[in-house]
Design a protein around this ligand. Structure first.
Ligand code: CFM
Length: 544
């Protein structure tokens, strides 16, 4: 399947049934609901955000990773202490390529540190709260940070250490903000639960605690942008040019004071819907800040998002400025894009990542003529696939019920409507949509294969049957896929590259993909399992 047109994808029913054949009947029945042959003209329901079947290897991470690593990790001036064995703390140590730019060399930046209580067997037997307190004191004495976050790992939940009680006591003792997160790895079915727990914690303990209003006519919060490979820097450059004031980013290149003042902005823009929609909603309910979905991955998407922000503020000066920026930036984008389009057009891509990038990056590929034949998320929910209109129909199961839904009401003092009912109506008439997201599936071609929580076996079948020009996933998948002779682009860490956001990012991405899909090197690779004898195994159990 070397070259292909977007609207002529062949029916992949046979590929799906090949995948199913290896599974025991009950497993096949369950997996079948998470593997959809896409038809954007129909309402289709995908199974998502459910437990992975034990014994199947998938790409998922844990709840602690979603809370500590994803949401809180990129903030430079909070000391984040992992309460747990040292193994969990590896993830505390900048493993996610978030970048940050402190204003001066003396400014606080704890992101290069790794803070852990290093729990031992004796702490598991006799309890670890005393050790945690000691660690908080020690961190305070050395760094004098503005705030300390405490993250519970699996053993902490199992033995019953109370990170919230310890945090309250230490807040009192030290006089700084100390807050805990019950984000034990097992707390949910994936990272996603950790996002929710982190959103709740920051909203409860930090948002709204500083009433400093930044200057500027157009003041916004950027939610769900984590500055992987410098993406936020590129977006910040565009905002600065346009005269847009960034009150806060959750949480790329951020500080705790940005979170604390987020309630003073006049609009929230949401990049990664999965990880941060909770805060977007709560900021609206409690403080009256509306939110819109944006996407800065892709040059066209960036232009569209900038225009949307300008349309919201409705100020001609901003509208003109945004058009001027788009004109200026697109000149270079178009030159590079046209050249690369001629070499990449019709090639196929697959992407299986996280909870938003598998959607966003399809835009970048299509700008150079490439078609996404199969895609899926690790831990997204149905609304990320099907659109937010399905929210009322999503059944809350025992695993989701496990995560607290905060009851938020309008703040009697700080709530302020940002748009008048009249303006809202006018904007909506112009096609402007508040608080909405259509999800990934409606924008994917007919007959593309959409797979939630893809397994290793399913990945193998896809590669063998589709032979995509490029596969996008993470480090765990990278080398197996490449041994098949298919280049793999990491969409989590960007393989040390980036930024890929905004206009500069788009050009970087086109060049990178061109290089990867047009080199001849991959066709020279013979997979080790094609050269060496194969060990064939069978399932011990055929029914579960
Ligand atoms: Fe959002 Fe992310 Fe993603 Fe995510 Fe992630 Fe990430 Fe991702 Mo890796 S917050 S859902 S939990 S965009 S770390 S910056 S790349 S899986 S697609």
């Amino acid at each position: 399947m070397e070259t292909i047109k977007k609207n002529s994808l062949p029916d992949p029913a046979e590929i799906k049934s090949e995948i199913m054949q290896l599974y025991p009947a009950k497993v096949a029945k369950k997996r079948s609901k998470s593997i959809l042959i896409n038809n954007p003209d129909e309402e289709q329901e995908i199974q998502a955000n459910v437990r992975t079947i034990p014994g199947i290897i998938t790409q998922r991470g844990c709840t602690y990773a979603g809370c500590k690593g994803v949401i809180l990790g990129p903030t430079r001036d909070i000391v984040n202490i992992v309460h747990g064995p040292i193994g969990c703390s590896f993830y505390a140590w900048l493993t996610r390529r978030n970048q940050t730019k402190p204003p001066t060399e003396q400014s606080e930046n704890y992101m290069t540190y790794c803070f852990s209580t290093d729990m031992q067997d004796s702490n598991i037997v006799f309890g670890g709260e005393a050790k945690l307190k000691q660690a908080i004191r020690e961190a305070y004495e050395i760094f004098k940070p503005k705030a300390i976050g405490v993250f519970a790992t699996c053993p902490v939940g199992l033995i019953g250490d109370d990170v919230h009680k310890v945090s309250r006591e230490m807040k009192e003792e030290l006089g700084i903000n100390v807050f805990g997160f019950s984000c034990e790895g097992y707390k949910g079915v994936s990272q996603s639960a950790g996002h929710h727990i982190a959103n709740n914690g920051i909203f409860t303990h930090v948002v709204g605690t500083e009433d400093i209003v930044k200057e500027g006519k157009y003041r916004i919060n950027m939610l769900g942008e984590y500055n992987i490979g410098g993406d936020s820097f590129e977006i910040e450059r565009l905002f600065k040019d346009a005269g847009i004031t960034l009150v806060s980013t959750f949480s790329g290149n951020s500080t705790i004071s940005q979170f604390a003042t987020a309630h003073t902005a006049d609009l929230s823009i949401v990049m990664c819907h999965r990880s941060i929609n909770y805060i977007a909603d709560m900021l609206e309910k409690k403080y009256g800040i509306p939110w819109i979905k944006v996407n800065f991955i892709g040059a066209e998407a960036t232009s569209k998002s900038l225009r949307k922000i300008a349309q919201y503020f409705g100020d001609q000066e901003l509208i003109n400025k945004v058009e001027e920026i788009i004109d200026r930036e697109m000149k270079n984008v178009v030159i590079v894009k046209e050249e690369i389009h001629s070499r990449c057009n019709g090639k196929t891509a697959m992407m299986f990542v996280g909870g938003s990038r598998a959607h966003h990056y399809q835009e970048l590929f299509s700008e150079i003529g490439m078609v996404t034949v199969s895609a899926g998320y690790e831990f997204a929910h149905r609304d990320d696939y099907e659109g937010r209109h399905v929210l009322p129909t999503i059944k809350v199961d025992a695993d989701s019920r496990n995560i607290e839904e905060l009851e938020v009401i309008a703040d009697p003092v700080k709530y302020k409507d940002r748009v008048s009912a009249q303006d809202k109506e006018r904007l909506e008439k112009e096609g402007f949509r508040f608080k909405d997201y259509d999800g990934m599936m409606s924008e994917m071609p007919k007959n593309s294969l959409v797979i939630d929580d893809i397994s290793h076996w399913e990945t193998e079948v896809l590669i063998e049957r589709y032979k995509p020009a490029i596969f996008c996933a993470g480090i765990k998948e990278k080398y197996v896929v490449q041994k098949y002779g298919v280049p793999l682009k990491q969409l989590h860490s960007y393989d040390y590259g980036g930024p890929y956001a905004g206009f500069v990012g788009a050009v970087n991405f086109y060049k990178e993909i061109d290089r990867m899909v047009n080199t001849k090197i991959w066709s020279l690779i013979k997979a080790p399992w094609d050269k060496e004898p194969k060990i064939i195994a069978e399932m011990a159990l055929t029914e579960v």
